[in-house]
Design a protein around this ligand. Structure first.
Ligand code: BGC
Length: 376
């Protein structure tokens, strides 16, 4: 992709972002990850939860409501799996892989296996935690209490996480399936807390504390948070510990050092933010959603300069039509890998719905910004 010389005005970028998310929402309520990139023609819980948060902050709560109802029906479809899995975990028996839930679904809510598709690294736990977090944010603004069906789905998601949280799984970037990951644990802790609030179940708050203990004891190098217990690298998704999950304070010394490492090690000369050092996917280029995430975090910190720098980079990286790709491949860390991925899957996803979601979250002040660290 080339950097656009003719930028849309910020207000138009906001309108385009809302429209792109709306157009990417299927009648079922699922958000497609990207409408034009074949590999992403599915509904991911992770991407979708951020789209729902964004739609809530820009006042399009009927869109987020539809997404949440879609997830709720998906969870109820898997009720038997989750119950069986919870029982196995409670008896300390090993969990049958067939009971683990996928990270993405067909837009109609069916799992890929039911359609016989190629295998995807589907066992990822973070999406379920991020969904619970987004659902609580959504509910905070609604006057009506949870229906039985909604409360049931919250319980299913929380039971699932409480039974599986210690298992190695694929990470935010669908890699390293034999490890545990800090950002995944953060999503799980945030999700369990949200579930505990939503259905007033103290056990999940205690479990969230237990997960946090692993983050604090295993996922730092003493100075800052690390990508995982077995990986000292910094990963841009570590921003989630504070923004939006509020598991640690914005001015927590380890968080400040983590953000400094993101700025020093993952930020390109033009100001875009990469996923992690050594990333090969489309050359490990800077991503719009990560740069917007950095900008969102900076705005919450009151760091206007860092916010403006990230915001301007994302605005400039949108196409002339205002559409936002996943990444900008003109600044790869491994240039030879761009062509490898383009030969395999075509040009990188464009537009990507959660690039637009993170852009909206960076641009729009909301109650999500103001929340502080929740007392344990
Ligand atoms: C990213 C995931 C994302 C998926 C769909 C993958 O390449 O690594 O984080 O959920 O694309 O957007």
């Amino acid at each position: 992709m080339t950097v656009s010389t003719q930028q849309l005005a910020p207000a138009d970028l906001i309108t385009t972002s809302i429209r792109t998310i709306q157009q990417g929402q299927s009648a079922s309520g699922a958000y497609i990850a990207s409408p034009t990139f074949e590999q992403y023609a599915y509904g991911w819980l992770r991407d979708g939860a951020y789209c729902a948060m964004a739609m809530d902050v820009v006042g399009h709560s009927s869109s987020s409501a539809d997404f949440h109802q879609w997830v709720i029906s998906v969870l109820h479809r898997h009720e038997e799996h989750i119950t069986a899995l919870t029982q196995l975990a409670a008896n300390d028996e090993s969990i049958d892989e067939g009971l683990l839930l996928p990270t993405r679904f067909h837009l109609n809510g069916r799992t890929e296996l039911e359609h016989g598709a190629d295998e995807w690294p589907n066992f990822q736990l973070d999406g379920y935690g991020t969904w619970l977090f987004a659902f609580r944010e959504h509910i905070v603004h609604r006057d009506t209490p949870l229906s039985l069906r909604e409360a049931g789905a919250v319980r299913l998601a929380a039971e699932y996480l409480a039974s599986t949280w210690q298992l190695p799984c694929y990470d935010y970037w669908e890699e390293f399936g034999d490890r545990r990951h800090t950002s995944t644990l953060a999503s799980i802790a945030a999700g369990l807390r949200a579930a505990s609030d939503l259905v007033n179940e103290k056990a999940w708050r205690l479990k969230a504390q237990r997960v946090l203990r692993d983050i604090e004891e295993l996922c730092t190098d003493g100075e800052r948070f690390t990508k995982g217990p077995d990986d000292d690298r910094v990963d841009a998704s570590l921003l989630s510990l504070a923004t939006p999950f509020n598991l640690v304070a914005l001015d927590d010394r380890r968080m400040v050092a983590t953000v400094r490492a993101i700025d020093e090690q993952l930020t390109t000369s033009s100001g875009g933010v990469r996923r992690y050092v050594g990333d090969e996917y489309y050359g490990g280029s800077p991503w719009l959603l990560l740069t917007a995430w950095r900008g969102w975090h900076a705005r919450r910190q009151g760091d206007e300069q860092a916010h403006a720098r990230a915001r301007d980079w994302v605005r400039l990286s949108a196409g002339h039509d205002g559409l936002m790709p996943e990444q900008r491949v003109d600044e790869p860390q491994l240039p030879e890998m761009v062509a490898v991925w383009e030969a395999r899957w075509g040009t990188a996803a464009d537009p990507l719905l959660w690039s637009h979601a993170k852009y909206l979250l960076m641009e729009t002040k909301s109650e999500l910004d103001g929340r502080g660290v929740v007392a344990r």
